[in-house]
Write a protein that binds this ligand. Sequence first.
Ligand code: FE2
Length: 302
Amino acid sequence: MIKISGFKIYKHQSSNRIINIQIEDEVLKKLLEKFSRFDLTAIEYKPFTRFTIAKYLDDSSDNQLSKLLNEILNDRNSGCFVIQPENLNSKIDDVFLVKLSTAVAHLIGNPNHDAMAGKYYARFHVKHEDKSDSYLRKAYTNMDLHTDGTYVKEITDWLLMSKLEEKNVEGGETAMLHLDDWEYCEELFNDPIGKQNFVWGSPKSKNIDYKVEHPIFFSDQEGKPQISYIDQFPEPKNMEQGLFLQKLSDSLESSKKKIITKLPVGSTIVANNYFWLHGRKPFKENLGLSRELLRIRGKFFT
Ligand SMILES: [Fe+2]
């Protein structure tokens, strides 16, 4: 594994495909100082400041980190990394973590506008009580394996998820599945129905007032399977499409190759959105349950 001074880089404990990157205290100290140049309003209102903090992060690795992150995401055998402070302290708060997530994202590509939040990133809570219209905030239901960006026009090459805070949490682990590990990939990928156009809509909270059409499966440049799928939003046109979606959903959820992992507070997971699916296990019921997450989705720099 490549060595970068100030960072600890190794294979993740739950999968050889996922690379874990820890930022050492010395680097964090410098980043805390440099990031304090901008408040969150500046970061949100002035897109160029996001590149400035991304460059601060890359500078701290002698410009090695951006290279590594892009190599990982474009490597079919990996395509996923977790980056986190090696040690947490009181200065590593939600504001710093938003900036760190922003910096990581801007070493990879440009974020898409997140219509749910009205800006380039979304912060949201998962709590005991929920009245929303999607699975995102339903704490006690399994969030089935899916990819992001299925119902929007924007290209969604990658997604980033950070854990900002958590209280009274048991369960709610992250589930990840790489297409090449999935037992039913070949069968479903080779079924012509999966390559038909499906209609994708979304509930009100997503703030998307149009529908899109695209197939579930498509090939990369080498003919390897890629997927764009979520259970809640495709609108099957007929029995054939309905039954295909049911089969797909069942064979994803019954996979024995899912990687179930507990991501610590302060960590950010970034995955290639074409061959990694992600989901969440149900939480254990607790009135005081609270988890705050941040997400950014985007496309690679071209
Ligand atoms: Fe998602």
